[in-house]
Design a protein around this ligand. Structure first.
Ligand code: EPZ
Length: 430
């Protein structure tokens, strides 16, 4: 068996330091390709998805130097290709950011179609294509490769993102628009913290962007971007995951290196369940729980709503609530593959449409489980920590895509979790 062995029932205690945000780094690292000047990116999370992305840049001719302590010196002056079609590209959902970045630098992009977590339904990129086309790109998809070309320079446009304010589409359109001629207005834009972090980085590269964090972003194109130094923001979802683990096990944990404002959408809901979560400094919160919860209704929505990336973790806690709760995901309608695994632990859950109906039980019991995506894996780790008995969890390569040293951090909080046979970060097949 390759994965984690978790012996549950131990209340977590102590403090944990949160790493850089995977989903911010996933956009900022490809953005470095847009300048031929060196960039220094700090607080880069040591997770598989980012390791893969750094290797993709190296393969394209970039010089990527590990400067230690989570910092990387990236010099893309040696990148002369607009093609990125290696298998690595198919391991990441965020590989699509190279479309906007390469269009901006070279006026052309040949990029393998993205991969990423499978939530049981297609993860479209039609809004990316809509936005990039509005900016003047011609886009075709053949043999698994998306080709974007432009005669001359992209031009500004007014773009309305249909339906859910797509994080990926908002970021990709911005990457292409920052060096387009004229002004681009993105309406129904995503407001997530990692969108704001990307805009902060683009701004220090010389981009002229206004409205980040609101649903209307205005971009005035500039001729050239320059290098710069930027520290990635702390990971809101990693922090939320440790808060859930702390309160689910009935423990008390200080979560350090966070931006409390980014956690309000998570803390508010967990407080409603009965957890005690409060700021212990400008950059830390304390999570204190009893392991039992009030039954509530949770709806995952775009920021500043409750994040879909915390939906599975919330469902685990509600399995231990008194009464019936619901978890609805308005972002990914079918992000419930983890439910079958929780039922193996004694949970009582029924999924209808985009809603899971959860009848709380007295306790979960350890079981052999298999994770199918990143946040499902995080949720099943929490379930194992909260359960009575031992859980053997397979599919842990998923959690190692997005969480830095999860076994080490949990063991430091007193968890009885052991990694057996799990692949090292470097040789991981995502
Ligand atoms: C990003 O995915 C994140 N991934 C996801 O995190 C996160 O769950 C998601 O945003 C929502 O916050 C990265 O940043 C690498 P979307 P993305 O475009 O960009 C639909 C994790 O666990 N849509 O905001 O793919 C889409 O189907 C991962 O860290 C279109 O219809 O999400 C979904 O229903 C999982 N057309 C909704 O919008 C499009 O062109 C939101 O998708 C794009 C999206």
């Amino acid at each position: 068996m390759s994965g984690y062995i978790i012996r549950g029932g131990i209340p977590l205690s102590g403090s944990v330091t949160i790493s850089g945000a995977k989903n911010a780094a996933s956009a900022i690292i490809p953005a470095t390709i847009m300048t031929d000047e060196p960039c220094r990116i700090e607080n880069v999370p040591d997770v598989a998805d980012i390791a893969v992305y750094l290797n993709i840049l190296r393969r394209m001719g970039a010089e990527v130097r590990d400067a230690g302590g989570g910092a990387y010196e990236i010099d893309c002056s040696g990148v002369t290709t607009h093609t990125a079609t290696s298998d690595d590209m198919r391991k990441l959902r965020a590989s699509y950011y190279l479309i906007g970045a390469l269009l901006s630098r070279f006026g052309r992009a040949d990029v393998a179609m993205p991969g990423g977590c499978n939530f049981g339904a297609p993860r479209q990129i039609d809004q990316h294509i809509k936005g990039l086309t509005a900016l003047g790109a011609s886009i075709s998809i053949k043999n698994g490769v998306l080709t974007a070309t432009t005669d001359g320079r992209l031009h500004g446009a007014s773009i309305f993102i249909d339906g859910i304010p797509s994080v990926g589409a908002t970021a990709n359109i911005m990457l292409a628009a920052v060096t387009a001629s004229g002004t681009t207005i993105i309406e129904n834009a995503a407001r997530e913290p990692h969108i704001v972090d990307l805009v902060t980085f683009l701004g220090l590269m010389g981009a002229d962007i206004h409205g980040a964090g609101t649903d209307v972003i205005r971009i005035h194109g500039v001729d050239k971007l320059h290098g710069g130094t930027h520290a990635i923001i702390p990971d809101q979802i990693e922090a939320g995951t440790y808060i859930a683990a702390a309160v689910g096990t009935g423990g008390r944990v200080e979560i350090k290196n966070v931006i409390p404002k980014h956690l309000e959408c998570i803390s508010g809901k967990l407080r409603e369940m009965g957890a005690s979560i409060f700021e212990s400094s400008d950059t830390s919160v304390i999570a204190d729980g009893s392991g039992r919860f009030r039954n509530i209704d949770v709806t995952a929505m775009p920021y500043p709503g409750f994040p879909t990336d915390m939906q599975p973790q919330a469902a685990v806690l509600l399995c231990l609530a008194d009464g019936t709760s619901t978890v609805t995901d308005n972002v990914f309608a079918t992000r419930f593959q983890y439910i079958d695994e929780l039922v193996k632990m004694g949970a009582s859950i029924k999924v209808t449409g985009r809603t899971a109906i959860i009848n709380g039980v007295q306790s979960l019991t350890g079981a052999p489980l298999k994770a199918g995506d990143l946040r499902a894996c995080a949720a099943l780790v929490i379930a194992g920590l909260c359960a009575r008995g031992t859980t053997e969890l397979e599919g842990v390569r998923y959690i190692e895509r997005g969480y830095v040293d999860v076994v080490g951090k949990l063991r430091a909080l007193g968890a009885d979790i052991t990694s057996v046979g799990a692949p090292a970060l470097s040789d991981m097949a995502i």
